[in-house]
Design a protein around this ligand. Structure first.
Ligand code: IPD
Ligand code: CA
Ligand code: CA
Ligand code: CA
Length: 261
């Protein structure tokens, strides 16, 4: 098992390096941009090509794996309980990719019998890959990351998805006010990274499985809490609000969202 995870690490790193070259080369071309559910929900040819690239590699080197990918999985998702499940978000933060050519990520997660064994979040423009799992810890490129300090909400920055804050979902505006400040980046992978490396004490957004699968593995490996806003376990195949936080910040957020006024 450990040997095969080492092989997976080696493969994914080389695949993501190829993705980086492909993505940067695409800046010279006209993107083919389409909308999905509405004008703020974009998909480009690069999202689709990168997902297809990962799927071809997975099928070639890990035949028999189950694959869930944002651009090709539709309808209800089900674990078949076979060996490996791969979860792909080819470009996380497509709007940033299109509008900023920055602040987007490419993400993969590997689950075995429902247990997260690897997460990979690649900040493409910084050339920084956050990767790891419970057996080895979490790395940024070659450097091991120490678990962040268990800071409380009032000692740190609070990352959030814009719609939840605008709608004051579960009192989140109060959470924002108690924190040192609020940060909205429009890319769940990048916002997970901020909590992993201690730049934010929490991040909450409404997310789909590919938005949080990798981040959840990495965050839990570092002793961070990954739960719904009301403290429930995340069901890996569903969309829900997802909070990643230090233990102390999570307690503070629970207190605030439960307060009624
Ligand atoms: C989106 C981003 C964004 C989050 C959205 C996601 P996508 O991912 O992660 O931060 O708020 O819910 O859909 O669609 O650009 O991969
Ligand atoms: Ca999308
Ligand atoms: Ca995403
Ligand atoms: Ca995506």
């Amino acid at each position: 098992m450990l040997e095969s995870l080492k092989m997976i690490d080696k493969h994914v790193k080389s695949w993501m390096e190829e993705v980086r070259v492909k993505v940067i080369a695409s800046f010279n071309d006209n993107l083919d941009i389409k909308t999905k559910s509405g004008p703020k929900d974009l998909v480009t040819n690069i999202d689709r090509e990168v997902e297809e690239f990962y799927k071809e590699k997975i099928r070639k080197y890990y035949p028999g794996s189950e694959i869930i990918g944002e651009e090709s999985t539709h309808g209800t998702m089900k674990f078949k309980n076979c060996g490996l499940l791969w979860v792909i978000d080819p470009i996380d933060g497509t709007m940033n990719f299109v509008k900023q050519k920055n602040h987007f990520a490419s993400m993969l997660a590997v689950y075995q019998k429902g247990v997260g064994v690897r997460g990979y979040i690649f900040d493409v423009m910084q050339d920084k890959l956050y990767w790891g799992g419970p057996d080895i810890g979490v790395y940024c490129n070659q450097k091991k990351i120490e678990p962040p300090r268990n800071d409380k909400l009032s000692n740190g920055l609070f990352g959030v998805g814009a719609p939840l804050l605008i709608n004051n979902y579960h009192n989140l505006q109060k959470v924002a006010l108690e924190s040192c400040g609020t940060r909205i980046y429009g890319c769940s992978g990048i916002q997970f990274i901020h909590v992993l490396n201690g730049q934010c004490v929490a991040y909450i957004s409404y997310l789909r499985p590919w938005d949080y699968a990798a981040g959840k593995v990495l965050a839990e490996t570092l002793g961070l809490v990954v739960k719904t806003i009301d403290g429930q376990a995340i069901d890996m195949l569903s969309s829900s609000d997802v909070l990643v936080a230090t233990k102390n910040a999570q307690k503070d957020i629970t207190r605030i969202v439960q307060s009624t006024y």
